[in-house]
Design a protein around this ligand. Structure first.
Ligand SMILES: CCCCCCCCCCCCCC(=O)SCCNC(=O)CCNC(=O)[C@H](O)C(C)(C)COP(=O)(O)OP(=O)(O)OC[C@H]1O[C@@H](n2cnc3c(N)ncnc32)[C@H](O)[C@@H]1OP(=O)(O)O
Length: 221
């Protein structure tokens, strides 16, 4: 696991986010535009050339592997490649998760890029987002927790569009944290999930640093 320390200030984090978040958002727009575009084949082929040029430009300086999750010495996490919430990851829907002890909530708008059955959210996408939320809820006031078991129940189709999701810790038993989560549309709950989150035995950061007290840990900003 990559939990490297990158000792930068909050101002520097803000500066970096102010550059990459608009880029990520533009790439999301690109993904949506490619899915829904009805321009001619010639214009699609010309778009490919332009996109390839941008990719070649960005690849001139590239970190190996994935982005990982750097932390500052104040333990602010920067999971910017994360598939569900990464600020640099256009695959991740633009989620803004609100956290309080034992609770994680967010509102989102899922568009064409998240489709499974026609017009509906892909079941795997719903599970991905609920997995992230249960992880964040479990980790807000305890040690870092990983998903041991996630059980997802699809109650009715979730239409693409505005949605909300919520995860709440229901109980803790030693290193295990039980979390209940829901995804809802305007008419109520469409998906519910139950998770058993587990803090791995003797968890230490691969950097060798001890974990700071839970209250000082922030998963991201
Ligand atoms: C600093 C870092 C901050 C990070 C913040 C992250 C938050 C961000 C949000 C990210 C969100 C993204 C979320 C993601 O994507 S997390 C990524 C997906 N999850 C994983 O990759 C986890 C892979 N598995 C493991 O690492 C280990 O197997 C774990 C850590 C799960 C347990 O290995 P460990 O060796 O520690 O376990 P143990 O054998 O001592 O057993 C201990 C207890 O647990 C019970 N048990 C064991 N396994 C399971 C199971 N699968 N289901 C249910 N229960 C299980 C077991 O019966 C026992 O209970 P009891 O007998 O005591 O009653």
């Amino acid at each position: 696991m990559d939990f490297r320390i990158e000792d930068i200030t909050e101002e520097e984090i803000d500066r970096r986010l102010s550059v990459v978040e608009p880029l990520t958002d533009s790439v999301r727009q690109l993904v949506d535009a490619v899915i829904r575009s009805e321009v001619s084949d010639e214009r699609l082929a010309a778009a490919k050339e332009k996109v390839d040029a941008i990719v070649a430009d960005l690849r001139e300086q590239q970190r190996p592997g994935s982005f990982g999750t750097p932390y500052t010495k104040e333990f602010i996490g920067m999971p910017w490649g994360n598939a569900a919430v990464g600020a640099r990851n256009a695959v991740a829907p633009p989620l803004r998760i609100q956290r309080s002890p034992g609770l994680a909530e967010c509102e989102m708008v899922l568009g064409a890029a998240y489709e499974g059955p026609g017009g509906c959210v892909h079941g795997g996408v719903a599970a991905l987002l609920l997995d992230q939320l249960v992880g964040e809820a479990a980790s807000t006031d305890g040690l870092p927790s990983f998903t041991g078991t996630l059980t997802v129940k699809y109650l009715r189709p979730t239409l693409l569009g505005p949605l909300s999701a919520r995860a709440e810790v229901t109980r803790r038993e030693g290193r295990k944290t039980f979390v209940h989560a829901t995804m809802s549309d305007a008419d109520g709950v469409t998906v519910e999930a139950d998770a058993i989150m587990i803090c791995p035995k003797d968890f230490v950061l691969p950097t060798g640093d001890a974990l700071p007290p839970a209250a000082d840990r922030r998963l991201d900003r």
